[in-house]
Design a protein around this ligand. Structure first.
Ligand SMILES: Cc1ncc(COP(=O)(O)O)c(C=O)c1O
Length: 423
């Protein structure tokens, strides 16, 4: 190759390289589903940022859950992941369970008042002062009997002693469910022998304390890299730990063999692994029913996303105009068609990903905003002012709380507005 050919080859390679890294047009208009939702919201909606839950898709997810649930165990709904009293009532009805797992004292107070027939297990250990607040706030006329319908989660001997003092002060019986560490290492007893001291305290204080079971949460079993350990192996190991606690319990206090205890386990990610055989007699899950982005994992492949944020487009501009880079307004879209349109939306910066129309993206150069976020897309996204941008929350438990209520959809139209839990 002579010098001239060499230079030409270099230029050609440069052009080919530039073409290969040139962003492709990711945009497309709404599909039929989101087009219908946009029309419904324009006819019936509030034109405010809204959290939508599609009840038809939720129903399908509840059916999937029923099929995936080990037939010999109960289902306990994780309330923090579906944080609306009406939504929880809906799921309790459809999934035929009155069992809730609760993680926040104000939610506990609301749910015990609104649904006095529920059976509640706390999903995390509450500081004893927060527990005390619950007793103070529970009306004396309440039909909810905390001594039989509520299990506090206890993770240490010290906390058990605090709850004993509380039970004595309240002149009540407190049910104690013991958190065990089955491999997640987020807390709870690590060795079965640690049980002995707690059982002794309970045995010596039977007027005020009742042992009600174990809670061993195991979502790590599907998250360990498979090169390190398969989910099946991690599940077997976590079950072996669970077994060691049950054995120790029956050895130290055989009377529990004949008592109805609550052996709680799982969470959405690991539910399926418990299907064939499990030591738990009840399994908890919540997020899988609305399937936020973080739950796009193999074990939940059969579930469908059922919760979306919808927010109106406030402003639409051609090109992408950035402060101090005004000259680039029309140049940027030549390089990247996804910068052909600029939209500013009502709100923003949620823990969420753009869902529809496809190909929308934030703009790192402009920055983001919780008030009016910038969104770019190609001409194909084709939104007008007052159309809605749809996003999928990455998780439900915190994102739902940022909205005043949930818009419940049926047949892609608004059926109801449900309050969100607060406090
Ligand atoms: C104790 C416990 N059980 C179960 C779950 C599962 O909840 P989800 O199904 O919403 O992931 C959680 C989630 O944090 C948890 O902390």
């Amino acid at each position: 190759m002579n010098r001239r050919q060499f230079i030409l080859a270099g230029v050609a390679a440069g052009i080919a390289g530039a073409i290969s890294i040139k962003p492709s047009d990711n945009g497309s208009p709404y599909d039929d589903y989101f087009s219908a939702l946009n029309s419904s919201l324009k006819n019936q909606g509030t034109f405010l940022p809204s959290m939508l839950v599609d009840l038809d898709l939720l129903d399908k997810n509840i059916e999937v859950l029923k099929q995936q649930l080990n037939p010999s165990v109960d289902y306990r709904i994780v309330a923090k992941s579906l944080p609306s009293p009406d939504l929880l009532a809906y799921v309790m009805d459809k999934a035929e369970t009155n069992k809730l797992m609760v993680f926040h004292q104000p939610f506990l107070t609301t749910l015990a008042n609104d649904y006095p027939q529920t059976d509640i297990l706390m999903g995390k250990p509450m500081p004893v002062k927060a527990a005390e607040m619950f007793y103070q706030k529970l009306p004396t006329t309440s039909e909810f009997n905390a001594s039989t319908q509520l299990q506090w989660l206890i993770d240490s001997k010290e906390r058990l002693k605090q709850y004993l003092t509380l039970a004595k002060a309240q002149n009540t019986l407190v049910q104690v469910n013991i958190e065990i560490d089955v491999g997640l290492h987020r807390g709870g007893l690590q060795q079965a022998q640690e049980l002995d001291a707690l059982l002794k305290i309970i045995e010596n204080n039977q007027t005020h304390l009742r042992f009600s079971g174990f809670m061993g949460y195991d979502p790590h079993i599907v998250k360990i890299p498979s090169i390190v350990k398969s989910p099946e192996q991690a599940f077997a190991e976590s079950q072996a730990i669970y077994q060691s606690f049950i054995e120790r319990l029956y050895q130290q206090a055989p009377q529990y063999k004949t008592q109805a205890l609550c052996f709680n386990g799982a969470g959405s990610p690991s539910l399926l692994l418990h299907k064939e055989k499990t030591l738990a007699n009840e399994l908890s899950a919540g997020s899988c029913l609305v399937k936020p982005v973080d739950f796009d994992i193999a074990s939940l492949a059969q579930y469908t996303p059922a919760a979306f944020i919808a927010t109106p487009v406030l402003k639409k501009m051609h090109g992408t105009q950035l402060p101090a880079l005004e000259f680039a307004k029309s140049i940027l879209p030549i390089w990247d068609k996804n910068l052909q349109q600029t939209y500013f939306i009502y709100g923003g910066k949620w823990l969420a990903q753009y869902e529809s129309p496809a190909g929308l993206q934030g703009n790192g150069l402009f920055g983001t905003s919780t008030n009016q976020a910038i969104v770019n897309g190609s001409e194909k996204t084709n939104l007008a002012v007052d159309d809605h941008v749809f996003l999928r929350p990455t998780q439900s438990e915190f994102v739902f709380l940022q909205f005043g209520n949930i818009i419940a959809l049926r047949n892609k139209t608004i059926e109801n507005q449900w309050d969100i839990l607060h406090g």
